[in-house]
Design a protein around this ligand. Sequence first.
Ligand SMILES: Nc1ncnc2c1ncn2[C@@H]1O[C@H](COP(=O)(O)OP(=O)(O)OP(=O)(O)O)[C@@H](O)[C@H]1O
Ligand SMILES: [Mg+2]
Length: 286
Amino acid sequence: MPNDTGPQRGQDGSSNGGGVPYKFEAHQLTRVFGHGKRRVVAVDGVDLKVRDREIISIVGQSGCGKTVLAKMLLRLERPSSGTLSFDGMPIDAQRDPRAHWRRVQAVFQDPFSAFNQFFTIRSQLESAFRLFETRPAPSEIVDRVDHALLAVNIKPKEIEGKYPFELSGGQMQRMLLARIFILRPQVLIADEPTSMVDACSRASILDYLMKLKDELKMTIVFVTHDIGLAYYVSDTMYIMHQGRFAEHGPPDDVTLSPKSPITQQLLADIPDVHRDWLGRDLPGQT
Ligand SMILES: Nc1ncnc2c1ncn2[C@@H]1O[C@H](COP(=O)(O)OP(=O)(O)OP(=O)(O)O)[C@@H](O)[C@H]1O
Ligand SMILES: [Mg+2]
């Protein structure tokens, strides 16, 4: 069900209400890799506006540019052209990217790549506090890590002394979410956060995401190839194809009256298991 607890919308859709700047605002954002025959336009002139506490999803097939766009929002990838601002300021206005990473954090497709295999999970969760301007006392760090683990349904004892390779993909994805509980960013970029888990864990990870949104009052950019999941979690859906946005709008509009053939294709591709999981027919289906 689309989330309707989002912020107020300006009448013309161009304002965040009361002059509050958008969390993200992109204009003609483009990222090109390589030259000549190897030239790839991964993101091709996209316009994007994300309001505070809004959940947007970027939906599209493999290779359409979702992760490259997400990385630009995270300041991990530089735009080739176009503009991108965060809270009304150019995204690279501050020299130290850690200031941005305190506010914007990510959960990626492959949770193992986000953790170092040579350090215990706990030590890595504790090291998340390095991003803080003022580090809490060691005993408080331990308490806050425990609290974050419990928040994602992991008993602290379960991971005691364990290394990333000793956990399953699903557990590691929950470790990434625990890290988010610790860092309490304003914005979470969730790039295929349920790619490694079964349908049941997928539902619980989505529940955690919703809990994060409610508890931490976060803005979420949800990246997925699965339009069914996007419909379930988002306030606004952006359909991406070959580096561009084919269409965007509230989930009901996009799925009930899709304007782009790409959207129709994505709707036709919804796996049956998700239909069962959602427990009802999805829009766009007859
Ligand atoms: N560092 C890079 N160098 C060259 N090309 C790249 C680089 N990163 C991404 N690309 C290309 O940019 C395009 C978009 O890639 P991206 O990873 O954003 O796709 P995606 O939509 O996230 O796909 P998936 O659903 O499979 O994760 C692809 O053609 C990819 O090969
Ligand atoms: Mg990707």
